[in-house]
Design a protein around this ligand. Sequence first.
Ligand code: HEC
Length: 162
Amino acid sequence: MRKIFLVLTIVAMVIGGVFANSVADGDMPPADAGKLWSYMTITNPYTGWGFWPNHVGMYAGKSPHGAYLKVYANTLALKAAREGKPMPDGAMIVKENYGKDKKTLMAVTPMYRMKGFNPEGGDWYWAKYGADGSVMKSGKVEGCIQCHSVQKAKDWIFTPTE
Ligand code: HEC
């Protein structure tokens, strides 16, 4: 009897976890730049997500990204960032890169954690899109990986949460 109870409890926890996740971020897209773009602009538009902790709105960025940036994070990424925990499977950080006029959106560069996708690259899926969603780079992008690898100890993320 006790065993059944235990099993039921575990089943309920798993279903609860999956459900909570699906409510927060929806069904996550596969490693496909087109599907990722439609996920992050139509299914679960990133402009409705929260900003990276303590980096609300637009601020001046460093090379090679835009002169000005906005950094958004999905529910999973925000929770981990706020708790100082590693980014879980499904975490997404989307950066908008603006020109010097602070108005022209030059590119959108997400990083999307997919467990098992690329262990030696921190399991991040990288992409670079034009403002219209055209795919400029995607997948295991060498440039992104190489530069961000100096932040390996911080989950490959440059921007601090404080
Ligand atoms: C030469 C170094 C360099 C390269 C190449 C690079 N980045 Fe970054 N990236 C940075 C720095 C530095 C920041 C911190 C933001 C800032 O101040 O500009 C950053 C920030 C980010 C962020 C916000 C989260 C964080 O790490 O702070 C994302 C998302 C991101 N980059 C994605 C990409 C993608 C996708 C590519 C490849 C298409 C890429 N980056 C290529 C240096 C780089």
